[in-house]
Design a protein around this ligand. Structure first.
Ligand code: FUL
Length: 637
């Protein structure tokens, strides 16, 4: 798919947003929503489909997903790190840019920031002379890849975090990143910890000032995350929405918004008319979904056997990229700095499957025949591969049909539809696709929104020489920019994730203390599909493992349930010989990022031999009383 040549437009159009006047009727809101447009940055970004993520930092060396800010830079030493190898891996996978975590929530900087001691300059890596942002930026330049940087707003190490002064500190760091390493394509302002409930601090972020400074230094930079250009799709599983609007409603009055109020990223109907009616402003705000190839974002050896399968990656591609979103696959270098070979191979193979799919567009050069209400019907506009040459219907005409006469009979299993978002915004609300088979039209797919890109993956390949697209409803009028047909190869179904392995040859009973619960068997039956649910009701709520005999163990595995917030967040683990005297905890900790990425968690314990083990719940996500657990196991592995 060719990128829109920005230079051919001569100017770089900024986006268009619209205020919703008080008392606006649904018709007025619909009309206003069709006037909203993406900026040139967003158009470029939406065309890119995917950017690669790289997470390496303190957590790589401590086995955590979120650190504490108290880690010592002395543990950071990825001595075999080769940034070119990382960048080449993404490039081979067909990805055009890399997002490097320059600073994660623990505050450790992988470049030698002048504003804190908590950096690579105080680590043994490259004898304290290393600069990972520089190495990655040079590798990106060499391979023609876009450099993107993640500067976590939440900083657990910096003492000014929670005060006005932190804005200064944060802007200084941003200035370092935007002035020393060449063009930065995207800045990532992660939302985690910017809320008081999570970080324990009410940080008065001056978002507008932060964003304006970034743009002053680099006018082309995209602001993603807790920021106005690109939003979070609402999960970290690489899952998109079947109905995905890039036109979104917000309650903020500025276009430089950081934290959004009254905006729930997890809702399925974001951008629907019902949702827009409760909002004050309409903005172009496309989504993106992250996808760690492993369970978490950072490398943990225990996850070596549970890398996402090829079919999972391909499904995620269609769920996000195929549904008007973008996908960000993540690689996790190990403590040596190398990307584990299996992870690299998996990503490259996934990229090959997608690239091969796109090599032949069976609709390229086909003839399009308008039926009902269309304007600008240049015959090749819909099948020239570009979404920016398009047909549209007259205002008020929200139904229309187009027939696509392929050059020859072809077999395909993916149909790509694109609206011309640059010139018409997003409009289509419902459509169906038919193929001419055995002398008749047969419906092969249907859907709601299209937006920049909607890919319909058919369950079985279709052989036809004619397609028909019926637009059944739209906001004000229909616009269509491109139709393509592809053939996706069969992707083997596989699932490598292992069920939790409990202690062998030792009977273990789990009992509850200060918790009321149902379906105890579901907690330990080895089946992730059956849930235990319970309610915290007493002081020091805990799960107690009683072993039939004293036995060695070195960890606890915990697979959270499916309730959005019903997860354990902070814990302490105790061991005892008699189940009465518990002493000091073996460990205390936090399941970092469990709310947004509720995958199996692992508590590492010093190898211990006792008969009783207690997992005390110190805090749940959002302090909820109700929790749900798929599996809980004491392990020795
Ligand atoms: C989240 C963070 O909390 C995770 O650790 C990770 O960096 C992910 C990309 O964003 O919000």
């Amino acid at each position: 798919m060719p990128f829109a040549a920005l230079s051919s437009q001569e100017t770089k159009p900024e986006g268009i947003s619209r205020a919703i006047p008080e008392g606006a009727t649904p018709e007025e809101i619909v009309r206003l929503s069709t006037q909203v447009r993406p900026s040139y940055r967003q158009i470029d970004y939406q065309q890119r489909e995917m950017l690669g993520f790289i997470h390496i930092g303190m957590n790589t060396f401590t086995g955590q997903e979120w650190g504490t800010g108290k880690e010592s830079p002395a543990i950071f030493n990825p001595d075999e790190l080769d940034a070119e190898e990382w960048v080449r891996t993404f490039k081979e996978a067909g990805i055009t840019g890399v997002i490097l975590v320059a600073k994660h929530h623990d505050g450790f900087c992988v470049w030698p920031s002048r504003y804190t001691e908590h950096t690579v300059a105080h680590s043994p890596w490259r004898s304290g002379k290393g600069d990972l942002v520089k190495e990655v930026s040079e590798a990106c330049r060499k391979y023609g890849m876009k450099l993107c940087l993640y500067l976590s707003p939440w900083d657990m190490h910096e003492s000014t975090y929670g005060t006005d002064a932190y804005n200064e500190f944060y802007i200084h760091q941003l200035e370092e990143l935007l002035t020393n390493y060449g063009p930065v394509y995207l800045l990532w302002f992660d939302g985690a910890g910017t809320q008081e409930e999570v970080s324990g601090k009410n940080m008065p972020f001056q978002w507008e000032r932060i964003f304006r400074r970034a743009r002053e230094l680099q006018p082309d930079v995209l602001l993603s995350g807790n920021a106005p250009d690109v939003r979070w799709v609402g999960n970290e599983k690489g899952k998109g929405r079947a109905t995905e609007w890039s036109v979104q409603g917000i309650n903020e009055t500025t276009d430089w918004f950081g934290s959004l109020k009254d905006y729930d990223h997890s809702l399925q109907d974001l951008g629907s008319l019902a949702d827009l009616q409760s909002k004050k402003r309409l903005v172009w705000y496309p989504s993106r979904g992250g996808l760690p190839l492993r369970k978490g974002w950072f490398y943990h050896p225990a996850d070596d056997l549970s890398i996402k399968s090829l079919s999972y990656l391909v499904d995620s591609y269609f769920s996000t990229v195929g549904q008007n979103s973008n996908l960000l696959p993540n690689l996790s270098p190990d403590p040596s700095g190398k990307i584990p070979q299996k992870d690299a191979e998996r990503l490259i193979e996934f990229g090959r499957i997608i690239r091969d799919m796109k090599t032949t567009d069976y609709a390229k050069g086909a003839t399009a025949i308008p039926i009902g209400g269309w304007e600008n019907c240049r015959t090749d506009a819909l099948t020239d591969g570009s979404p920016f040459t398009s047909w549209n219907t007259v205002e008020g005409q929200v139904q229309a049909t187009v027939e696509i006469q392929l050059k020859e009979e072809s077999t395909f299993n993916v149909v790509l539809l694109q609206e011309n978002i640059r010139d018409f915004g997003q409009r289509v609300e419902r459509f169906a696709v038919d193929a001419w088979m055995e002398g008749d039209w047969k419906m092969i797919a249907e859907g709601t929104t299209i937006g920049f890109r909607r890919m319909l993956r058919l369950s079985t390949p279709v052989t036809a020489n004619k397609l028909r697209i019926r637009f059944l409803n739209a906001r004000l009028s229909v616009s269509l920019g491109n139709v393509s047909c592809f053939r996706l190869e069969d992707v083997p179904e596989e699932n490598e994730s292992l069920p939790a392995i409990a202690l062998r040859d030792v009977g273990i009973r789990v009992s509850l203390q200060g918790i009321r619960g149902k379906h105890m068997r579901n907690l330990t039956d080895g089946d992730l599909a059956t849930m235990w649910s319970g309610r915290l009701c007493g002081e020091k709520p805990a799960f107690v493992f009683t072993l039939s005999q004293k036995a060695p163990f070195n960890g606890i595995r915990y697979s959270p349930g499916s309730l959005p917030k019903g997860h354990v967040e902070r814990y302490a683990v105790y061991a005892s010989d008699d189940g009465k005297v518990w002493g000091e905890p073996l460990v205390t900790g936090r399941f970092g990022n469990i709310e947004n990425n509720p995958v199996e968690q692992r508590i590492y314990l010093p190898r211990t031999e006792k008969r009783f083990v207690k997992l005390e719940v110190l805090k749940t996500v959002a302090d909820t009383k109700v929790i749900e657990i798929a599996e809980l196991a004491l392990v020795n592995d």
